[in-house]
Design a protein around this ligand. Structure first.
Ligand code: ADP
Length: 255
């Protein structure tokens, strides 16, 4: 679904590349967390997928589309095939919840009849049917993020990318949003989430890719936990690890 082959990106003026020969393959319907310290290259990787930035070297294929062949004039059309969710929601303040979702569909060229059919279904999915007439500033942060997710999934994208979707939310709301992303994934959408929140990564136990200094230093395909480094986290306390040296010490003690 998403393929990176030796992708390198260096911004003009920067000493080191933001992405340094990154290769990865995300299968259809996977749920992937992308983690790493600030400056590790997470947003750059996401911008490569949305074609906001272009790599200096390497190949990117998204949903079977080779991004080298997506010309400038086709980029908006290409982006509409992706769902993108941001930490600051990016809702239209003067439009209601219903209109925010409808507008995204209108831009995508959907007919009025289809829009009237689709919006209520999507609002039901995100559990906001009763808030349709409200404006963004009349909603809580979690509700605003749900509108933003509704808008992103209304066109039924095969891929949903979320950049720190819970950064501005409290713990309980964070769980609601992650549960919603999980539900969308269960319906067959490939989901990629950039996050700093250890607890949500550890609770979901999905694939976890760690970036460090523009390189993938860890890719836990299953049952992943939050790791910022390449060093494996010992599952048992060090004193219980049976190393040859450890065995030797025990022997000596016995002697
Ligand atoms: P993250 O999302 O993990 O915090 P970024 O992808 O934003 O990391 O940044 C990776 C590196 O690229 C950092 O060193 C950052 O300073 C640099 N960088 C990001 N965007 C730009 C830009 N537009 N111009 C110059 N350098 C940038």
């Amino acid at each position: 679904m998403i393929l990176f082959d030796s992708v390198t990106k260096k911004y003009p003026g920067d000493e080191n590349p933001a992405l340094d020969s990154v290769s990865l393959h995300i299968e259809p319907n996977e749920f992937v967390f992308l983690v790493g310290k600030s400056g590790a290259g997470k947003s750059t990787l996401m911008k490569m997928i949305t074609k906001e930035e272009i790599p200096d070297a390497g190949k990117i294929i998204v949903g079977g589309i080779d991004l080298d062949y997506v010309k400038k004039r086709h980029i908006p059309g290409y982006r509409r095939r992706l769902g993108v969710v941001f930490q600051d929601f990016k809702l239209l303040p003067r439009r209601t919840v219903y209109e925010n979702v409808a507008f995204a569909l209108e831009i995508a060229g959907m007919s009025g009849k289809e829009i009237r059919k689709t919006v209520p279904k999507v609002l039901e999915l995100v559990d906001l049917s009763d808030q349709a007439k409200k404006f963004p500033n009349q909603l809580s942060g979690g509700q605003q993020q749900r509108v933003s997710i509704a808008r992103s999934v209304a066109r039924q994208p095969r891929i949903l990318i979320a950049d720190e979707p819970t950064a501005n939310l409290d713990k309980l709301t964070t769980k609601e949003i992650i549960d919603l992303l999980k539900k969308i994934n269960d319906f067959g959408t490939t989901v990629m989430v950039i996050t700093h929140e250890e607890s949500i990564v550890n609770n979901l136990q999905k694939r976890v890719i760690t970036l460090k200094d523009g390189r993938i230093v860890n890719d836990q395909k299953n049952n992943g936990i939050y790791k910022l480094d390449e060093k494996p986290v010992p599952k048992t306390p060090i004193r219980n690890v049976q190393t040859p040296g450890h065995a030797l010490k025990i022997k000596r003690k016995v002697i």
